[in-house]
Design a protein. Structure first.
Length: 181
């Protein structure tokens, strides 16, 4: 007798793909060699070392580390963030290095950033560097195309041009001052 019209029913309209379903091109056809596309891998969260933690020894990861405690040893990571209350005594090697606290030792990174609360005592080898006003730095700054490769050294270290208490490369960055590399 009567049939129900599909015009006013919820769902996809003519020519629209259904929600929640992949287009037919995403499914492999029988007999084809095309694999099913893999879901993108989720990036693991950063490992956080709390402020009450003291580590004696080296840390190495391909992931990210956020240090809030004290590390007596070398650190190698993808992204290293040194918190304001943190202290690292050793060499730091990472693609990205953000220093808010204290580092005593060499810093090597593709991108190195010293925030206004940073205190670094050691040489910095970098591809790009940013030093905020108020950061304390004592050491030399050297630019390299591949700073993560410790065996390769191109040229000699250039001292940072900063304002300080003595004739050494020591002091606090003045407003608008930037090291020349």
């Amino acid at each position: 007798m009567f049939s129900k019209s599909r015009i006013n029913e919820p769902g996809p309209k003519a020519g629209e793909p259904e929600k929640g379903k992949l287009p037919e091109a995403a499914y492999p056809r029988p007999g084809s060699d095309s694999p099913i596309p893999a879901a993108p891998k989720a990036k693991p969260p950063a490992s956080m070392l709390s402020s009450d933690l003291v580590v004696t020894g080296n840390l190495k990861t391909s992931g990210d580390i956020q240090v809030e405690g004290t590390i007596d040893g070398d650190i190698q990571a993808h992204l290293l963030t040194v918190g304001e209350s943190a202290t690292v005594r050793g060499e730091v090697v990472a693609d990205d290095v953000v220093i808010n606290g204290r580092v005593i030792g060499r810093v090597r990174g593709l991108k190195v950033r010293l925030t206004s609360t940073a205190r670094v005592e050691g040489d910095i080898i970098h591809k790009t560097i940013a030093i905020e006003s108020g950061a304390h730095f004592e050491g030399s700054v050297q630019r390299q195309d591949d700073p993560l490769n410790s065996g390769q050294r191109s040229g000699t270290a250039k001292p940072a041009h900063v304002l300080g208490e003595s004739s050494r490369t020591t002091g606090t960055m003045a407003e608008g001052a930037a090291p020349k590399t």
